[in-house]
Design a protein around this ligand. Structure first.
Ligand SMILES: [Zn+2]
Length: 275
């Protein structure tokens, strides 16, 4: 999910983009992969990529990396949780070319509630042809689970190594949050009242705080209990209930204090270690 996605403002642009790559909204089909002659498919064991025919070898290497990232991550989670239910359908990954003038989308079609891809949840439209986006692949990995938005984005941010947006650093985002908490009372209040964490807002604060709470919780209880809780308990919780649960487990009174007291170096750990 694109962090700064504003549906009303960009719907026309996105609509045009979909038509351009061959998404047939009327008949709820993605026709592009089959009929658009500018594209070819490259299939690995886990992902089918749709890329432009003239894309370079470097691009192919990135596709291979994406495929490896996907299978390794699934493998790691399986080791820690026997009950993990990975997606059974192969991921379709469309490497776009800046069509939407924005970032990547996973299961983007949800907004139209129209396509069979909604239910299968196995389509990524990647609008940057320069790389692959771990965050969206994590959404796919957990696509058999319907977490609330707060958890969903926190999980994708954490397991992608701290990716909120393509090639952005959550570390910088976290420092900015710390500064703002010190200088802006209203902002601090919005963090503490959890106003910035819910209400259907895709704010960087929601991504970052959720990921950090989950990381700390993982560190505290270990992988097995973490996944047990995630798959059996947290999955039934609302955004607010999840925040409350994690705060309680970690002994947090105020989220603003938690943010300020959590060093940015933890983001480096998250980026370098696959949890
Ligand atoms: Zn997302």
């Amino acid at each position: 999910m694109n962090l700064y996605y504003d549906f009303s403002a960009s719907s026309i642009r996105i609509f045009k983009g979909l038509l351009k790559i061959g998404v047939d909204l009327k008949n709820n089909k993605v026709i592009f992969p089959v009929y658009n002659s500018q594209y070819q498919t490259i299939s690995y064991s886990n992902i089918t990529f749709y890329i432009k025919k003239n894309d370079s070898d470097t691009q192919h290497l990135k596709l291979l990396e994406a495929n490896n990232f996907l299978s390794e991550t699934i493998q790691t989670i399986r080791i820690e949780s026997a009950q993990f239910n990975p997606p059974s359908k192969k991921l379709k990954y469309i490497v776009g070319d800046g069509y939407f003038g924005a970032l990547e989308y996973y299961s983007f079609y949800n907004f139209f509630s129209s396509s069979r891809f909604v239910r299968s949840g196995c389509l990524i439209i990647d609008v940057l042809s320069g790389g692959f986006y771990k965050h969206e692949i994590i959404h796919y990995i957990f696509s058999n689970y319907q977490f609330n938005r707060f958890l969903d984005e926190g999980i994708a941010t954490l397991f992608s190594g701290g990716e909120i947006q393509f090639k952005t650093s959550t570390l910088n985002c976290w420092s900015e949050m710390c500064n703002k908490i010190h200088t802006d009372k209203k902002y601090r209040n919005a963090i503490d009242t959890e106003e910035l964490l819910s209400n259907f807002q895709y704010k960087p604060e929601m991504y970052a705080i959720s990921a950090m709470l989950l990381f700390k919780y993982y560190r505290k209880v270990g992988g097995k209990i973490f996944y047990d809780t995630l798959f059996n308990k947290l999955i039934k919780f609302s955004d607010a209930e999840s925040v409350d649960f994690l705060k309680k487990e970690l002994g947090i009174q105020q989220l603003s204090t938690f943010v300020v007291n959590t060093g940015v170096s933890l983001w480096e750990e998250i980026a370098t270690k696959n949890i």
